[in-house]
Design a protein around this ligand. Structure first.
Ligand SMILES: C[S@@+](CC[C@H](N)C(=O)[O-])C[C@H]1O[C@@H](n2cnc3c(N)ncnc32)[C@H](O)[C@@H]1O
Length: 228
């Protein structure tokens, strides 16, 4: 759709309705923004609640003997975290979201850990501690659909190169094809090789995916492997 110039609040942009954007193609600045982030160090201070969440994660992992780690970034209500824990029983599965309200919808479980934290500084702490991931899921991150919001998208954020440093298999899903194409381009630039495809849902993995699926919206999945 064209001509969108309205204000997009964080809550409005993640409603499961059709997405509107003033972009028709991947952002013209995408490659230069990612290239800049590859050669600069991201220095934003880590919020205290994210540091505490990271310490909780370290203790939890240590108590389990540090098995391979699956991270579910932007996990929302943790539906995907719970399902991933069932899918990968020999792994430690951690879901991270900044919304205490969404996280509270999932009952606590021995099988996985849900943490309230900012994902980007959480990735920074993992990287600084030399920790790596077996798998990293980023399921329906906020699209930030206005062209002026490129730097708020995961691939336009200074933390994007950390995804490669954390290693493992990266899977990102989106209901916005341009977002998915941009993410795939950015992954290629930072050293994550993979494929973008239309996602055929049989069993929804997240609450948003369920809503999109019920509305028969096309969905997109990037899956890639971090190259060392
Ligand atoms: C569109 S929702 C998707 C939630 C879930 N993955 C799903 O598919 O149902 C995006 C989620 O990202 C969370 N979020 C946005 N920015 C974040 C950040 N920087 N760190 C952690 N969580 C964030 C929001 O609170 C929200 O729950």
């Amino acid at each position: 759709m064209t001509g969108y110039d309205g204000k997009v609040t964080e809550d409005a942009q993640i409603s499961p309705g059709p997405l509107r954007s003033d972009q028709q193609e991947p952002h013209p600045d995408l490659k230069s923004v990612v290239a800049k982030h590859l050669v600069t160090r991201w220095r934003k201070p880590v919020p205290e609640h994210t540091r505490q969440a990271f310490e909780t994660a370290q203790d939890w992992l240590q108590a389990r003997g540090n098995p391979p780690l699956v991270l579910d970034s932007f996990c929302g209500t943790g539906m995907s975290t719970s399902l991933l824990a069932q899918r990968f029983p020999n792994h430690a599965v951690i879901g991270v979201d900044k919304s205490a309200h969404r996280l509270a919808k999932q009952p606590p479980s021995q099988d996985f850990l849900l943490l309230r934290a900012e994902c980007e500084p959480f990735w920074l702490l993992l990287s600084q501690a030399g920790m790596t991931l077996a798998r990293h899921y980023l399921l329906y991150p906020n699209p930030w659909p206005k062209a002026s919001q490129l730097r708020r998208r995961v691939h336009g954020h200074p933390a994007m190169p950390l995804l490669q440093q954390l290693g493992g298999e990266v899977e990102m899903r989106s209901n916005w094809s341009i977002y998915a194409r941009e993410f795939a381009i950015a992954c290629d630039l930072i050293g994550i090789q993979g494929q973008l495809e239309e996602l055929a849902v049989d069993t929804p993995l997240t609450l948003f995916e369920k809503k999109y699926w019920q509305r028969q919206q096309p969905l997109w999945r990037f899956r890639g492997q971090c190259c060392r």
